[in-house]
Write a protein that binds this ligand. Sequence first.
Ligand code: 13P
Length: 253
Amino acid sequence: MARRRPIAAANWKMNLLRRDAEDYCRHIASDLGEPAAEVLIFPPATLLQTVAEGLTGTGVGVGGQDLHTAAEGAHTGDLSGVQLADVGCTWALCGHSERRKDHGESDSLVGRKALAANEHGLVPLICLGESDEERRAGRTFEVLERQLKAALETTPAAFELAYEPVWAIGTGATATPEIAQEAHAFLRQQLAKEVGKQRAQATRILYGGSVKPENAAELIAPEDIDGFLVGGASLDSTKFLAIIMACGASARV
Ligand code: 13P
């Protein structure tokens, strides 16, 4: 069976300023070409418009790092799916572990956010993953099953997944390809129970956690790893381009 088209996604988190984003977009626009991988960037809210405009015509998708479940209203500091779509977004991250930790987002809220994204024409990239403590206690699969079930409770029509083990985020402690493949295969198996085998086979499951140009080629090799959600290394356009190319190479094998 042909492989799913891989995705190379950049999550800038709370980093970069306007000038940086403009330079970054110029570099991507001139050197990207026609990549085999689908490319996404999740800038902070202040840079959404800069990136959407800077990458017009390149085919790169832009997404918000979070969204509120409501379309509008009295929610200070939040952004809605309508507002994300209004600045040119077509994607939204849902349930990133930093949102779960810093903002107490529950499993069920993640599902409601995924549905809200769909309602405004955005594809949610639903993030899940176990903590170090949970992995050490042998609870990885239990946690993934619980998070996935809750995220799909609202039956979002379109979504993709990102497996981001919390212990590998920003730590330099990347999961081995074997550990990542095991978790991805488990998620795809659970996904088949939730949405059927065909849809489970078509869903892209990205890996996130200390991905860099040096480990991208070996991490993309296992069959259930369909790309990356990259934090730190994605802040450097040269490194992100190298990761995009490593993802793309897997599409041709
Ligand atoms: P790092 O690549 O910095 O480990 O971050 C991963 C991540 O959280 C992407 O969403």
